[in-house]
Design a protein around this ligand. Structure first.
Ligand SMILES: C[S@@+](CC[C@H](N)C(=O)[O-])C[C@H]1O[C@@H](n2cnc3c(N)ncnc32)[C@H](O)[C@@H]1O
Length: 386
């Protein structure tokens, strides 16, 4: 009986211990939970900070309302020149069967450029450049920009009245974020993948400012005489996308990171679609530096004197170690066409009417940006006639 009683009572007698053990375990458990929550809260705070940083209305390196100017000096440019030639040299040794053959452009090549691009042909014939800045305006109105709710640009290319529209000034960190996205997404066999981080390509002191109606632009900080080299392309600063797929991956990568999401709007505005001369291969170029902020003059009949820099070819030389005939802007070197006063904005001729880009966009499988207008194709025109 005692034994039975013991048997029966034994668990009962253990209850205080079980209770104490349970209490202790519960205590430990909740302590753990609380500690974890505290830790999570800490992370959560920083996660929130990151997300807040994506808010275009906050002051972040990538987004709007941040410091309104950035400067570059001759010293920066000089130090860059010491480091670039190796990159170019190593690039020349790279082979890649996937890459389009983008042979050197010559003045003769310019004559064989596809029809309809007369203005661009003229630029090429004149300067021997294998590419020129083309109609980047309006590119962002399609797809991605709509999805992201990018600020509007009207049919004349004027950015919306939204006081925060595209008014932040990119800085080195911004450009480097673009390089990171580029390297993370672009085919590693892409022979143009030499750009690694922001390097100043400006040969004169500049300032980037926001000003309506054209938005951000590049301004001279001091007087610059005529025929001065002001910007020289480097393979470091140029991203070449050989396929539209690569570019889409790049955009998606930017969108996924809250800190770079809004940059996806900008790169739509900065995109440049080009053709190589001999092969007619189309590819996408973006320069990840202040050169993408160069504005133009829409009506060059009235304001052609405002165009104050132009691309001119240069040969590879000690003065120009950056030359690379094969990259997007390999032979783009901007020279002043007249004296430029301190504070004056640099302006380039974008080279051609924006509608002329349609073929190139379509060759890449991209929707041609319609800039809020319906693009009437030749086929449509025939239909209308019928
Ligand atoms: C390559 S971006 C130049 C940088 C641009 N302003 C920015 O803030 O990023 C081309 C865009 O600049 C604007 N733009 C350039 N020249 C302009 C002009 N003369 N008038 C109005 N907008 C201009 C257009 O919105 C065009 O789509």
């Amino acid at each position: 009986m005692n034994n039975t009683s013991w048997t029966i009572n034994a668990p009962v007698r253990q209850i205080p211990w079980i209770v104490m053990l349970t209490v202790a375990l519960v205590h430990l458990y909740f302590n753990g939970v609380l500690l974890r929550e505290a830790a999570d809260n800490g992370n959560h705070d920083s996660a929130e900070a990151t997300i807040t940083a994506a808010d275009p209305n906050t002051k972040t390196p990538f987004l709007r309302n941040m410091n309104k100017t950035t400067t570059s000096t001759n010293n920066d440019a000089a130090s860059q020149n010491n480091t670039t030639s190796n990159v170019v040299a190593s690039k020349k040794n790279t082979t890649n069967s996937n890459a389009p053959s983008q042979n050197a452009s010559t003045n003769n090549d310019a004559a064989s450029i596809s029809s309809g691009d007369q203005k661009q042909s003229k630029v090429r014939a004149q300067y021997g450049v294998n590419s020129t800045h083309m109609a980047m305006d309006g590119a962002w109105v399609v797809g991605v920009s709509k999805m992201l709710g990018c600020p509007d640009v009207d049919e004349d290319g004027i950015i919306s009245d939204d006081p925060n529209a595209y008014n932040y000034i990119p800085n080195n960190e911004t450009w480097n974020a673009l390089y990171r996205a580029y390297h993370a997404t672009v085919d590693p066999n892409n022979e143009f993948l030499t750009a690694t981080e922001y390097q100043n390509s400006w040969k004169v002191p500049i300032e980037v400012k926001f000003q309506r109606p054209e938005g951000r632009g590049v301004y001279a900080k001091e007087f610059i005489p005529k025929d001065t080299l002001v910007w020289s392309s480097t393979s470091r600063n140029t991203a070449t996308f050989l396929t539209s797929h690569d570019h889409r991956e790049f955009i998606e990568y930017l969108i996924k990171d809250p800190k770079t999401r809004y940059l996806a709007c900008d790169v739509q505005m900065w995109i440049d679609v080009m053709s190589s001369d001999e092969e007619g291969t189309t590819y996408i170029c973006e320069t990840f530096d202040e050169a993408v902020l160069l504005n133009t003059v829409w009506d060059d009949n009235d304001n052609s004197d405002l165009i104050n820099i132009e691309p001119r070819p240069m040969s590879l030389s000690a003065d120009n170690p950056d030359y690379d005939e094969n990259d997007c802007y390999g032979n783009d070197h901007y020279f002043t066409v007249r004296d430029i006063q301190a504070g004056e904005q640099f302006r380039i001729d974008y080279g051609m009417g924006w509608d002329d880009d349609k073929e190139r966009w379509e060759a890449l499988g991209l929707n041609f940006p319609t800039r809020n207008k319906v693009v009437v194709t030749d086929d449509d025109a025939v239909d209308d006639d019928e």
